[in-house]
Design a protein around this ligand. Structure first.
Ligand SMILES: Cc1ncc(COP(=O)(O)O)c(C=O)c1O
Length: 383
C-alpha cells in the first residue's frame, strides 16, 4: 500500500537509546521533544547542587558551563555570546524583545499567512499592526513581490516564522534576511520550530527560540539573540545589581531556571556532536518519508505536500473524521503521540475549510524507523 525507504542509521538509533525508554511512539517534537538521559541528569544534578550548597553558590560553581551554553546557543542563532539572553520560553523572549525594541504603536509588521497565531495576537496587544506579505501557492514568502513591498511601502519590521508550527512550512529565511537588509528593514526570526530542525540563517536583527522542541532541551527555557547593530537602541531596564552585564542580558529575568539552562547546555552539546547539518538533513528525510508514506492512505490528505518542509507533516481528514478524537484514539489504542492543530495556530491560513478545520500533526525526530512509519500508517487507517 505504501512505499517505505530504509533510512535507519546507527547515529539515530543511538539518539533513541540515549533517551528514557517509552512505550509510546513519539511523533510530537514540534510540541516537546524527548530529552536525553544526560540532559535530564544535568538538570537534576544542578537542582540537587542548589539544595546542597545554595542556589547562588551553585550558579557560581557552574559559571563556565553556563558561559559555554550561551556561546553554543549564540552559534546556533548566528550571534555572539554577549548578544544572547536566556528567557523562559520563545513567547517570553518575543515579549522581552517587544518591550525593548524601539517600536511605536501603529507601526506595521510584515508577516506571512503561515505566521504563528499567538504572535499576531501579541503584536495586536501591543498596538502593532500585522500586515500580510505576498506569498506563493505553497505559502512561502514570494521574494520578488516582497522586494516591491520593501521598496514601495516598507513595514517597520519583517517578522518571519521560520518553520510553521501547524504544517512545517520552511520559509526562505536567508533570502528574506538578505533582501530586507538591502532595503534597511530589520528582520526578526521566530525560530521556535526551527532551531535544531533546519538551519537558522545569519544576519537577522533578532532571533528567538525555545529549548524544548527540536533541541530536546528542558522545558521552561527560551533564548533570544539581538544583532550588534541593534543593541544600542534597545530600551533596557538596567538593574544596578547587574551593572556589568552586556546589554542584551538585561532582558533576562533576574530569577531563573538555572538548572534548565544547564540542561539546555547539555542538549545543545549533544546536538552539536551530531553535527547540526546532518540532523537537519536527517529531519528532512524523515519528513519526506512520512509524507510519501501517508499520502496514499484513504481518509487523509497531506496539507500542501509540495511546500518546503522539515520533519513536520500536517494531515487533513477527507472522510469526516474528528481530528481531536483521532488524536485521542491514536494515543489510547495505538500508543502514538501526535498533536491537533486548530486555526488559532495560524489564523491567516487555517480555518478556510470551515471554522472547525483541524490538522493532525506528525513531527517525528531523527529516530523514526520504517517500522514506526508502518505502525502510524496502520493506525491511521483504523481510527
Ligand atoms: C512557531 C512558534 N512560535 C512560537 C512558539 C511559542 O513558543 P513557547 O511555547 O516556547 O513560548 C511556538 C510554540 O509552539 C511555535 O510553534
Amino acid at each position: 500500500l505504501w512505499q517505505v525507504e530504509r533510512v535507519t542509521d546507527r547515529a539515530w538509533e543511538d539518539w533513541a537509546a540515549a533517551r528514557p525508554e517509552s512505550s509510546l511512539l513519539h511523533l510530537d517534537s514540534a510540541a516537546v521533544g524527548r530529552s536525553s538521559r544526560a540532559t535530564l541528569e544535568a538538570v537534576a544534578a544542578h537542582a540537587r547542587l542548589e539544595a546542597e550548597i545554595g542556589g547562588y553558590v551553585a550558579q557560581e560553581q557552574v559559571r563556565d558551563r553556563l558561559d559555554a551554553a550561551r556561546a553554543d546557543v549564540a552559534g546556533l542563532l548566528g550571534s555572539d555570546a554577549d548578544g544572547v539572553a536566556f528567557l523562559e520560553s520563545a513567547s517570553a523572549a518575543f515579549d522581552a524583545l517587544l518591550d525593548a525594541w524601539p517600536l511605536t504603536p501603529g507601526d506595521r509588521v510584515g508577516v506571512a499567512a503561515s505566521e504563528w497565531g499567538p504572535n499576531l495576537e501579541t503584536f495586536a496587544h501591543r498596538g502593532l499592526v500585522p500586515v500580510p506579505l505576498p506569498v506563493d501557492a505553497a505559502g512561502g514568502l514570494d521574494l520578488e513581490a516582497l522586494e516591491q513591498v520593501l521598496v514601495s511601502d516598507p513595514p517597520a519590521l519583517v517578522h518571519v516564522d521560520l518553520v510553521a508550527a501547524q504544517r512545517g512550512l520552511v520559509q526562505p529565511g536567508a533570502e528574506v534576511v538578505a533582501l530586507a537588509r538591502t532595503h534597511g528593514v530589520p528582520v526578526w526570526l521566530d525560530a521556535a520550530q526551527a532551531v535544531g530542525h533546519v538551519a537558522v540563517p545569519r544576519g537577522a536583527a533578532a532571533v528567538y527560540a525555545t529549548s524544548r522542541k527540536w533541541l530536546t532541551g528542558p522545558r521552561g527555557v527560551g533564548m533570544l539573540a539581538v544583532a550588534p547593530e541593534h543593541r544600542d537602541a534597545l530600551r533596557l531596564r538596567r538593574l544596578a545589581k547587574h551593572a556589568d552585564l552586556p546589554d542584551v542580558q538585561h532582558l533576562e529575568s533576574d530569577e531563573a531556571h538555572v538548572a534548565g539552562r544547564v540542561g539546555l547546555g547539555m542538549a545543545v552539546r549533544e546536538h552539536l556532536a551530531l553535527v547540526p547539518e546532518r540532523v537537519h538533513e536527517r529531519l528532512g528525510d524523515v519528513g519526506r518519508l512520512v509524507r510519501d508514506s501517508v499520502a496514499p492512505l484513504p481518509g487523509w490528505e497531506v496539507v500542501r505536500p509540495e511546500a518546503p518542509a522539515g520533519s513536520t507533516t500536517a494531515l487533513v481528514p477527507t472522510a469526516g473524521q474528528d481530528v481531536g478524537r483521532v488524536r485521542e484514539r491514536l494515543l489510547a489504542e495505538h500508543r502514538v503521540l501526535t498533536s491537533v492543530c486548530l486555526p488559532w495556530r495560524a489564523p491567516l491560513e487555517m480555518g478556510v475549510r470551515g471554522p472547525g478545520e483541524a490538522f493532525l500533526r506528525l513531527s517525528p525526530h531523527v529516530d523514526l524507523t520504517e517500522e514506526s512509519v508502518e505502525r502510524v500508517c496502520r493506525a491511521l487507517t483504523s481510527v
